[in-house]
Write a protein that binds this ligand. Sequence first.
Ligand code: SAH
Ligand code: SF4
Ligand code: F3S
Length: 491
Amino acid sequence: MKTVYIETVGCQMNVLDSELVIAALKKDGYTLTDTPADADVILFNTCSVRELAEEKTYSAVGRVMQHKRQDPTKVVGVIGCMAQKDGEGVRTRVPLVDMVVGTGQLAKIPELVRAVQETRQPQYALSLGRKDASRHEVEASFESYDPARDPEMRPTPFQAFVRVQIGCDKFCTYCVVPSTRGPEQSRHPDHIVQEVRALVNQGCKEVTLIGQTVNSYVFDHGDGRRTRLSDLIATMHDVAGLERIKFVTNFPKDMTNDLLDAVRDLPKVVKYLHVPVQSGCDEVLKRMKRLYTVAEYREMLDRCRERVPGVAISSDFIVGFCGETDESFDKTMKLVDEAKFKNSFIFKYSERSGTKAAERYPDDVPEVVKKRRNNDLLAVQNANSLADHRQWIDKSVSVLVEGRSKRETSRDRKGAEPAAVPQLTGRTMTDHIAVFDAPERLTGRTVTVDVDDATGFTLFGRVRTEELVGVTGEAVDVPAFRPRRVSLEVV
Ligand code: SAH
Ligand code: SF4
Ligand code: F3S
């Protein structure tokens, strides 16, 4: 039996890509293994957004080479963003790598694996650089990879990522994504809706539409008709059996009222918007080329909350970007304090070669200062997250049950005696994580949870009793619910 092992880091795009690559290899007769030592094919699906992510990946690739030295027939592949960015440089750092495949070439993996096995020659499949050819040629070299789906490959069978757009055209000065993922291209709405229908037929209840700037999705039909994200969501909303629609990540300037109205009016759409601001200082935003001012971002926040009452909003921040002074950072602290985000992802600036920021501005904020600012901002956000979560106490929330909670899975790993009634986890319609004790057969169902406690990250509650007794194992195939097969490092 041929086996494949995959390690995945990076964003949701990579999680989806790994799912699809493994499904394609399964068609070729491979099965998935959790141990690289046993695998015939070892893949690393990589992220380049920060240097640390790359360094960790190169170390991990280096470590598995001990298995390849023992058995040279193994095929080791580096795929995804770092493959696209470093190209042949990957083999300069780790010479035994057999295969380097960029984000726009993933469909070729089964054939490249065979080519390595037959020829023992390294194989490359990379898309064109953004300046290497005309826009059309570069676009054509980044193929959206969306083959038929295999429900077994997903972390849960009832949730799926669906790509609506590839690439990015914003060119924020710090960011590698426009070069690793290529030009922004929206998929045909009919293909997306067909994919969602097929997923629902396989038992999927929640889809998360993904794109780097998902709210700038627009498909030009070439006959004067244009489909916006709000139109796409409205069409998808009619798919019977689909219960929830989410979308990430939003670009602040592209947050249009038609989209907000769709979020408000369509009951299946999760009332949650991830709209990263990155900094609370206009000069920093300008150097980042984020295309909006803090005042414009604040207006957008007000508009989101006015048009979608009760909406939860989250953000990303980069601290210690080039030229960020104490005064600029104070402005970011003030914004976080006032904006009342549900949560924020905070990153220390990491200079990336090839980006405009690396060319133009020195990385002049010392590491200790970056670290301190990271902690300071996190403290303000954590206080707000706690207040945000505590407002749910004594309220009831609708939760799509995802399965055993982290506490249970870590007990399972340690070999502890299983609890009579395990703690389960799921998300609410505002994307809050909720945990509660309930039988595992509720996995995949939507239940009502009465919240009685909260931390800054989690709501704690009880499932309504009628739902506990009323459910009869119907259509919930618990064995099909597998733990995550991919190691995901959220960026
Ligand atoms: N397309 C999304 C997210 C892209 S990457 C968006 O525009 O919001 C996810 C996050 O990583 C970014 O929001 C940013 O906060 C962070 N990031 C990107 N490049 C970075 C860099 N060079 N150093 C540190 N953080 C970075
Ligand atoms: Fe990167 Fe900016 Fe594009 Fe997001 S919008 S992927 S941060 S260039
Ligand atoms: Fe995602 Fe990292 Fe690539 S954030 S798009 S996997 S560089």
